[in-house]
Design a protein around this ligand. Structure first.
Ligand SMILES: *Cc1c(COP(=O)(O)O)cnc(C)c1O
Length: 485
């Protein structure tokens, strides 16, 4: 974009008296006088004054500065940026559902309650759980809800001494954060060199002060944790509950179920596995499932199906409480149900298998030039530890920035924290072989450039509107408003 007009803020494009919209004539001029002075604006509102064409060009050009799954390959590990079929949007935008009032009584919301109940039942089947709530608004919110369910479980048994949560050192940062918000103390457990939980290191940590252990399977390295049955037995023997972080459920779809492995409580990130566009932080949904015997602890309200086929909202006095104002992010739930029903059980299983195949294909195609710290079959994602040739001085950050020049979104970088130069790639099942092959080619090209022209890679990106923002400055002193108003 080389036209300077397109770099300006809408306020900078404002010209006194220019207008792109006419308000209808006020038919009640006298009414203005009856508005109390306390409700009247004291200063000019300061809106930009622009014509319609300027507005259209401004926002259209701005939208093309964005990068999304709809514009290119987005192999952001841990985030599952799969393509979101447009039929889901059509379903979520259904005018009947969209115009419902959140507090409409159950007898006037039977369709919406049936949608909720059908999706919750499908997730229970997929996760091997007894019941799901769809109320939490995100994965992290689901973690908090799930941990509060664990606390409510121990409290209901008069067991007040359980204040700790065991979390692997490879875990996503939201796990310890949710535990802290739930008022629990975090106890980290070491990983083995292959990234799986060190069962020997776990044993001495388990006693009657532990409320729960959180696990992600496949873990954040994309490796399947084979010791789960043993871990479940150890955790249960100590009287604690086993929590499943379902952010990596994608490769497991229809193949293995957390409930069958011995997990008691789990969450699913609908926006990841079940297809809602979620770049830039939202919207999300983090349904929480529990095994039989814990249903009464789920957040209020719960949606139940009556014997006559109608649906009701119920509140349980034993519930861990309320986590959302209504029944969760309903549009995200609509998309998830649309996605699940359009794929069907065979399609879901195929999705998980393809996600696994694609990740292993990329891993094997690049392992001669990128450092592979854990050499085993992965599930839907895997981690490189930077370039194999460490003499070039080209870092993972440089590789990520250089990918932008080639029109690819960067993979996740510097997570998990187990390696210095983590580069975490998750292609998902929705990418064609052509896209994946061209990504592999570009990754090889960057490895080649790192040797032959390292300065060029270190100073990338060269083609984006913004090159290297100061991350620290942006995080500590974000400028989110236009101050020349
Ligand atoms: C994304 C993710 C989370 C957090 O989920 P949000 O929906 O972003 O709150 C938790 N754990 C893992 C492993 C994740 O990848």
């Amino acid at each position: 974009m080389n036209n300077k007009l397109y770099d300006k803020l809408i306020f900078e494009l404002s010209r006194q008296g220019r207008c792109g919209y006419s308000l209808p004539k006020n038919n009640y001029p006298d009414a203005v006088g009856s508005i109390p002075a306390t409700l009247m604006r004291e200063n000019e509102i300061g809106l930009p004054q622009v014509d319609e064409l300027t507005v259209v060009r401004h926002y259209t050009n701005m939208s093309t500065n964005n990068f999304g799954v709809d514009t290119g390959f987005y192999p952001l590990g841990s985030c599952t940026m799969k393509y979101n079929p447009k039929i889901n949007e059509e379903m979520a935008g259904n005018s009947v559902i969209a115009s419902m009032h959140p507090n409409q009584p159950a007898r006037l919301s039977q369709g919406a309650l049936e949608i909720y109940h059908t999706l919750a039942a499908a997730l229970s089947e997929i996760g091997g759980m007894a019941e799901f709530t769809l109320n939490p608004y995100a994965g992290a919110h689901g973690e908090l809800t799930g941990l509060m369910i664990c606390r409510a479980y121990h409290d209901s048994r008069g067991d007040k001494k359980r204040t700790k949560v065991i979390i692997p050192d490879s875990a996503h940062g939201t796990n310890p954060a949710s535990a802290a918000v739930a008022g629990l103390q975090v106890v980290p457990v070491k990983s083995l060199p292959d990234g799986t939980v060190d069962v020997e290191a776990l044993a001495p940590l388990l006693d009657d002060s532990v409320a729960a252990m959180m696990m992600t399977n496949p873990n954040t390295l994309g490796i399947f944790e084979r010791q789960i049955p043993q871990i479940a037995e150890m955790v249960h023997a100590a009287g604690a509950l086993l929590y499943y972080d379902g952010a990596n459920l994608n490769p497991m779809l229809g193949i293995a179920r957390p409930g069958d492995m011995g997990f008691d409580v789990m969450h699913i990130n609908l926006h990841k596995t079940f297809s809602t566009p979620h770049g830039g932080g939202g919207p999300g949904s983090g349904p929480v499932g529990v095994r039989a015997g814990l249903e009464h602890l789920l957040p209020n309200p719960r949606v139940v199906k009556n014997e006559d086929g109608t649906f009701d909202l119920i509140s349980s006095p034993d519930s861990m409480g309320r986590v959302s104002s209504t029944l969760g992010n309903f549009a995200v739930e609509m998309r998830a149900l649309s996605y699940i029903l359009s794929l069907g059980s065979d399609g879901l299983m195929e999705a998980g298998r393809l996600a696994t195949l694609n990740a292993n294909y990329i891993k094997e195609s690049l392992r001669d030039v990128y450092e592979l710290p854990v050499d085993t079959i992965c599930k839907h994602e895997f981690v490189f530890d930077g370039l194999k040739d460490k003499s070039t001085g080209v870092t993972t950050l440089n590789i990520a920035k250089r990918l932008l020049d080639y029109g690819f979104h960067a993979p996740t970088i510097y997570f998990p924290l187990l390696f210095h130069e983590s580069l975490m790639i998750e292609p998902t099942e929705t990418e064609s072989l052509d896209t994946i092959d061209s990504f592999i080619e570009v990754m090889r090209q960057i490895a080649h450039e790192a040797v032959n022209d390292p300065e060029m890679v270190k100073s990338a990106p060269h083609t984006t509107p913004v090159r290297r923002p100061d991350d620290t400055e942006a995080a500590l002193h974000p400028r989110l408003t236009f101050d020349e108003l």
